[in-house]
Design a protein around this ligand. Structure first.
Ligand code: FAD
Length: 299
């Protein structure tokens, strides 16, 4: 039996897909609005247990109630999406079940009475396989919103949230671009020297019909890009047809988020940069010359 924990974002089709491969019933425990419960129900788990309208309580205020609901379902495996509130609830469920919680999960395979879990460790430098023989809580990429199918029944189990409430909501700085779905990505690293040079990159992305992305130092360090735009182990994972990497050295923490790209093209002044060996095509040259020339040619 597998339980999926869901909070305010119904993007859990990957969790449901994993749950189905594990055999046995799939129960979703939803600590979020009714619309979230309905969207999850459309993905056809066997049951949806909905903890009631949260009102002004944050999803994390339902940690204890969600842990109770998960424990009542008696799962061998608990799955949660790798998002802040979902991780809080996953931790609470792990504590209630006295089960280990594993993050960075990339694959789960049933093996007799146990599951073999593959996850990234050491900041994406390595993967490890872990065999879980008892209940285990796994945090992984949730996937997309489930496609509507034959909906599961939604069972109401109204819960009393902990005594905290949301007093203010401020949107995070975001460019509103979903990198995960982009078919072409123009990504830039520390080879870009100044904020005003971002325009060069945007012009190329425009000409290519691509989304822009970056390495972590450009988002977390100098702030040339919003924080939701960097690719890598602690950022986004992208799977475009084309990943054009400008002035990016290709450290593993970055590449782990770009390796699902069909074709990687690198532009780098250093022929010895790791990305040059990893890319399908590499231009050894100065991005300040290559990018305007490429943009011009594309136009
Ligand atoms: C726990 C942990 C997690 C991390 N997570 C992430 C993550 O999720 N994403 C991420 O990106 N990083 C992450 N990092 C950081 C990562 O290790 C690298 O430091 C980072 O990716 C390097 O970014 P960069 O390639 O832009 O910079 P650099 O490594 O400095 O490379 C710049 C490249 O630009 C080239 N260059 C310079 N000038 C030009 C020019 N004019 N034209 C063309 N090329 C030029 C240089 O030859 C060089 O190869 C993480 C690190 C740790 C420790």
């Amino acid at each position: 039996m597998t339980t999926c924990i869901v909070t305010t974002d119904p993007a859990v089709d990957r969790l449901l897909a994993i749950a189905r491969t594990l055999g046995g019933p799939v129960v979703a425990v939803v600590a979020g609005a009714r619309a979230v419960a309905d969207a999850v129900a459309a993905g056809a788990p066997d049951r949806v247990v909905w903890l009631g309208e949260p009102g002004d309580a944050p999803a994390s205020a339902f940690a204890s109630a969600a842990a109770d609901a998960v424990a009542a379902a008696g799962p061998a495996v608990v799955l949660a999406a790798d998002r802040p509130a979902d991780r809080v609830l996953a931790g609470a469920a792990a504590a209630r079940l006295d089960a280990p919680a594993l993050g960075g999960v990339t694959a789960v395979v049933p093996e007799g009475g146990s599951v073999l879990v593959t996850r990234t460790v050491l900041g994406g430098v390595a993967t490890e396989d872990v065999r879980a023989t008892g209940p285990v809580v796994l945090v992984t990429d949730g996937g997309d919103v489930p496609a509507p199918g034959a909906p599961a029944p939604v069972e109401e189990a109204p819960a009393v949230p902990a005594a905290v409430r949301v007093v203010e909501t401020r949107p995070a700085a975001t460019a509103g671009v979903d990198l995960r779905g982009a078919r072409r990505v123009v990504s830039v690293g520390r080879g870009l020297k100044a904020r005003e040079d971002v325009a060069l990159v945007e012009a190329l992305a425009d000409a290519l019909g691509a989304a822009t992305a970056c390495t972590r130092p450009l988002a977390e360090g100098v702030g040339f890009f919003p924080k939701d735009r960097y690719v890598g182990v602690s950022g986004r994972t992208v799977t475009p047809d084309l990943y054009l990497a400008l002035g990016i050295s290709g450290q593993v923490q970055h590449m782990v988020g770009a390796r699902g790209s069909r074709t990687v093209v690198a532009v780098n002044t250093d022929a010895e940069a790791p990305i040059v060996a990893e890319a399908d095509y590499a231009v050894v040259g100065d991005l300040y010359q290559v990018v305007p020339a490429l943009t011009e040619a594309l136009r």
